[in-house]
Write a protein of this length. Structure first.
Length: 301
């Protein structure tokens, strides 16, 4: 059986390793971003050398639906296409290339949270349980039949990185048995129940800006949701923009005579900010756009 893999992030790497280990599969090609477009993904992984080591062709594409890309994929005659770690919707001509269909991975318990920015949204919504979902890509947005799902709990202190790692483990668990099924000609999936469908809107850089008038729990969730492998939550000080990668709640008692956004304590590497509900957040990992000590004050929003 011949597969084409489309993607440019760590989940694509997980899929590449699964295909390399599958006895009944040959990776015909990897479709990935050209190096000059790698900044599209903060978690970009260059998989060109790994794909070539497996004898696969590497096809660089800004858009997987471009006619020249489609012509090349048809010439490679895949049985199935795996789209894992790719943000574009797959058009009808793309989906028609492989006779067994196009398979995608979504980091949510479909039909819940279809759409974009799902790992941050899972934390921001304080979801207690989520899942990794392998599904058939159809004309909708993450709406095709489910081929496999792996459910797991979301910790109360989950970060984007720890949740991301859980999804990589879920994908690595689900792919080998699915590849065995597909090689046997079984591509049947379970239809999604539209009654339970919800959608996650695309997140933009400005959505990561902290408003210190919010309560500490909400700000803590935002910081955890936006941290590595994503760019981080943002605030501003007199010294310029500050990117906050990690923080921890601290009781606010004793700092009633302080404003939201005021830095009430700091040392050489951390600083503590009063939030809108009077509770405190101690910022433990941060960066700024120019060198300097921890800020004395941060702006409200």
């Amino acid at each position: 059986m011949r597969a084409i893999l489309v993607g440019a992030v760590e989940s694509t790497h997980v899929a590449l390793r699964a295909l390399a280990a599958a006895r009944d599969w040959t990776l015909a090609a990897l479709v990935t971003l050209p190096p000059e477009l790698s900044t599209r993904h903060s978690d970009f992984v260059d998989l060109g050398d790994a794909a070539r080591a497996l004898g696969a062709e590497v096809v660089h594409a800004a858009n997987c639906n471009e006619p020249a890309v489609l012509d090349r994929l048809r010439a490679l005659a895949p049985d199935v296409i795996l789209v894992i770690g790719w943000s574009q919707l797959c058009g009808p001509d793309f989906r028609a290339v492989a006779p067994m269909g196009t398979v995608g991975y979504h980091p949510a318990a479909l039909p819940r949270l279809r759409g974009r920015g799902v790992i941050p949204w899972t934390i921001l919504l304080d979801e207690p349980i989520t899942a990794g979902s392998l599904f058939v890509i159809d004309q909708g947005t993450d709406s095709g039949p489910i081929l496999a799902q792996h459910f797991f709990h979301v910790a109360r202190d989950e970060t984007a990185q720890t949740l991301y790692d859980k999804h990589m483990a879920a994908l690595a668990t689900m792919l080998p048995p699915l590849l065995t099924r597909l090689a046997a000609g079984d591509a049947a999936g379970a239809p999604q129940d539209e009654r339970y469908a919800t959608y996650a809107a695309r997140r933009r850089p400005e959505d990561a800006e902290i408003d210190w008038r919010d309560d500490a729990a909400s700000i803590d969730r935002l910081i955890r949701a936006c941290g590595e492998p994503y760019p981080g939550a943002r605030t501003r000080s007199a010294g310029g923009e500050v990117t906050i990668l990690a923080a921890e709640p601290r009781p606010g008692r004793g700092h009633d005579a302080a404003f939201a956004g005021q830095v009430v304590a700091r040392d050489e590497v951390t600083f503590t900010v009063r939030c809108g509900d009077g509770e405190l957040l101690r910022v433990t990992r941060w960066q700024r756009d120019r060198p300097g000590p921890p800020p004395l004050h941060v702006r409200l929003g």
